[in-house]
Write a protein that binds this ligand. Structure first.
Ligand SMILES: [Zn+2]
Length: 155
């Protein structure tokens, strides 16, 4: 005789309102009748402002690495890294250094792709490819604006 299969363990959720546990899947708390909160779908795009606070390059690298790790963990598909621009000063240095770092990561397979803000357009091959993959980004405020102050990272 084959051993009987164990019963599936009943999942329990805790009411977000009154805190009482109840079996998952009911959709509504039997105690206070609060509706069960459904898990929020991860957003396609997350904006990460690294320029804010004018960090030195080393710190900016750390911030971008953390944002990439967190975005991946949260199921985000694309990061918009705001680093600023300029021929000199903090913004310019961050743009150059962070893009160098992204090129290295791309080559190592640590990210899928990166697209300079100025290429975020239907007129650019890499921009068009990105928009085909993520049509939602067509409505982004920076689409077609040649914004050099940011870079898109596909996780
Ligand atoms: Zn409740």
């Amino acid at each position: 005789m084959r051993p009987s299969r164990p019963l599936p363990r009943q999942q329990t959720v805790f009411c977000h309102f009154c805190g009482k546990p109840y079996p998952a899947g009911r959709g509504i708390c039997p105690v206070c009748k609060a509706r069960e909160k459904t898990a929020q779908a991860a957003p396609t795009l997350r904006v990460v402002n690294i320029e804010k606070g004018m960090p030195p390059v080393e710190e900016a690298r750390t911030l971008m690495n953390a944002a990439i790790a967190k975005g991946r963990k949260d199921g985000v598909r694309v990061l918009k890294i705001i680093h600023g621009y300029g021929s000199s000063g903090v913004g310019g240095a961050l743009r150059i250094e962070l893009r160098k770092m992204l090129a290295t990561k791309r080559a190592a397979g640590a990210i899928s792709e990166w697209i300079p803000g100025e290429e975020f357009s239907t007129l650019s091959a890499e921009g068009a490819a990105l928009l085909r993959q993520f049509p939602k980004l067509r409505t982004d405020a920076d689409m077609g604006r040649k914004n050099q102050g940011m870079t898109l990272v596909v996780l």
